[in-house]
Design a protein around this ligand. Structure first.
Ligand SMILES: [Fe+2]
Length: 512
């Protein structure tokens, strides 16, 4: 019988063993309960997976019987199309991964902030971003200002020694949401300009005037900051996808908006990862997952505060967005005829060895309710992660790394550099009614110095010295900065604007 492998840390500083895993196979309720209870224990330890818990392992974990039916229903009536699509996908993956391995980090699209109004440069960059899903916008913040923000962050930590973070004994991922640098970054005119530019890669579907989303109006999402020290291993993150796991297959999850319908129909080349209209009604967190994000982020992003080269505690990404997404989604529907034991890997991976078998089991590879979507060499062998995961090129203070919500990514196991690897987490979020609802909650947290809404718990920064306020936002970003933080109504006409203003300022605007 297969065995489960869990995040058991033999160096658990408190000497606490994690809860015993549920019997194999776990029921859905067992898995969810295990998730919640272990999270309570993680909350009291300095486990690096407190925020991004996942189920690493070499054995797929079966789910309840309904998932077998779900797998069958997802492709019902499209079996031959999906099979043909899968076989084409395996061919495309082989060629694409060879190209990535050859180009390595040079395949990551890069543009300088000074070029984002240059039409030829922008056209090429946008096309590359749509293929890769990950990119760098350089010099978004002038280096001198980014260095100043780094110094201000160090000072904020020095004068507020009560600040908590992970790992507990040597914090590097800080529970800070309202430090001077973070607040300034969210309101900074150049950061907001870069976000508008990045989000212009998306579109609003077939009926752009009806889509309740506006990428030209970025709104802030308060996340934390990282100052990873040389030699650190605790902030290692295995390859994963953000924004839910099992929800990508569930009808009540991404199925609500038909995000991946074209993939289930075997029409991979019609699948558009950049259609915002297929993301608005999504439920990406059906099981109270750790590290879940309540808003629609068009890009996750980090703003560099230090010089960081590959291997120095930073990001790796799989730069083939559409192909990796399709593979992860279709993988549970296919099974090898001959299993790999110690034979020829190429024979095992050959497309003729893989057949459609949606009802063979209830496994959704790497997905478990409440856990981050794990991507591994064993569960997803055709991704050839050792070749397709590439390090982000060297970044300087002020460079902005962005990646699509479905991009497979990881963080270096070890920080092998000599200086701190420091970033602010600054995602790109468009104005939507859901994001406006979140912004109203987040605004309250900002004004009171509470933890950001997705990171509730603890005292936050209400007693922190030199915590910025509304005036600092205004001084940094003027009216646009105030709007990004929900402190001033948005200008413009239309249902979206009226609804969002009514959500944020119910005393001034009527609901539609
Ligand atoms: Fe992530």
């Amino acid at each position: 019988m297969p065995s489960l492998i869990y995040d058991q840390d033999p160096k658990n500083p408190n000497g606490r063993a994690l809860l015993s895993p549920p019997t194999f196979p776990p029921t859905l309720s067992q898995a969810v309960e295990y998730t919640k209870m272990n999270r309570q224990q993680f909350d009291q330890t300095d486990s690096p997976h407190q925020l991004y818990s996942s189920f690493p392992g070499t054995e797929p974990i079966p789910l309840p019987p309904r998932f077998s039916n779900l797998k069958r229903e997802l492709v019902a009536g499209y079996e031959s199309e999906v099979t043909a699509s899968w076989h084409r996908l395996l061919d495309e993956l082989r060629a694409e991964i060879a190209s990535i391995a050859e180009s390595s980090q040079h395949i990551i699209p890069t543009i300088d902030f000074s070029e984002i109004d240059s039409t030829p440069k922008v056209s090429e960059f946008a096309a590359d971003v749509r293929t890769r899903g990950v990119a760098i916008i350089r010099n978004v913040v002038p280096q001198s200002k980014a260095n100043q923000w780094n110094r201000e962050t160090c000072e904020y930590l020095r004068i507020n020694p009560q600040t908590k973070g992970f790992p507990a004994r040597n914090p590097q991922l800080f529970e800070l949401y309202w430090s001077p640098a973070q607040v300034k970054a969210r309101a900074d005119p150049r950061v907001l300009r870069a976000q508008r530019f990045a989000m212009s890669v998306w579109h609003n579907g077939r009926n752009p005037n009806q889509a309740m989303v506006d990428p030209s109006r970025p709104v802030a999402y308060a996340d934390r900051l990282r100052m990873r020290v040389p030699g650190d291993t605790s902030l290692y993150l295995r390859s994963h996808m953000d924004n839910g796991s099992i929800e990508r297959w569930e009808r009540d999850g991404y199925g609500r908006s038909g995000t991946y319908t074209k993939i289930w129909e075997g029409k991979l080349h019609e699948y558009d990862p950049w259609d915002a209209s297929t993301r608005l009604g999504v439920s990406s967190d059906l099981y109270n997952g750790a590290g879940s994000c309540s808003v629609f982020r068009m890009f996750q992003g980090t703003l560099a505060l230090s010089h960081t080269s590959p291997g120095e505690g930073t990001l790796l990404a799989c730069p083939m967005l559409r192909l990796s997404t399709a593979y992860v989604l279709l993988r549970p529907l296919f099974a090898p005829v001959d299993h790999f034991i110690a034979g020829n890997m190429e024979d095992f991976l050959d497309k003729r060895n893989w057949t459609l078998a949606p009802q063979r089991d209830t496994v959704i590879h790497g997905a478990l309710p409440g856990y981050t979507q794990e991507i591994s060499a064993v569960l997803h062998p055709h991704l050839r992660l050792n070749e397709s995961m590439v390090s982000i090129p060297t970044t300087k203070p002020g460079d902005y790394i962005i990646w699509h919500p479905d991009v497979v990514h990881a963080v270096d196991p070890v920080h092998s550099g000599k200086l701190d690897s420091s970033v602010l987490y600054v995602p790109c979020c468009p104005l939507t009614p859901t994001n406006a609802l979140f912004l109203a909650r987040q605004r309250k947290a900002f004004l009171l110095g509470q933890p950001a809404p997705d990171f509730e718990g603890g005292r936050g920064e209400r007693d922190h010295v030199d915590r910025p306020g509304v005036q600092d936002v205004s001084d940094t970003g003027g009216e646009d900065g105030l709007r990004a933080l929900g402190l001033m109504p948005f200008e413009g006409e239309g249902d979206l604007m009226r609804l969002c203003n009514a959500i944020l300022f119910p005393g001034q605007f009527d609901m539609i």
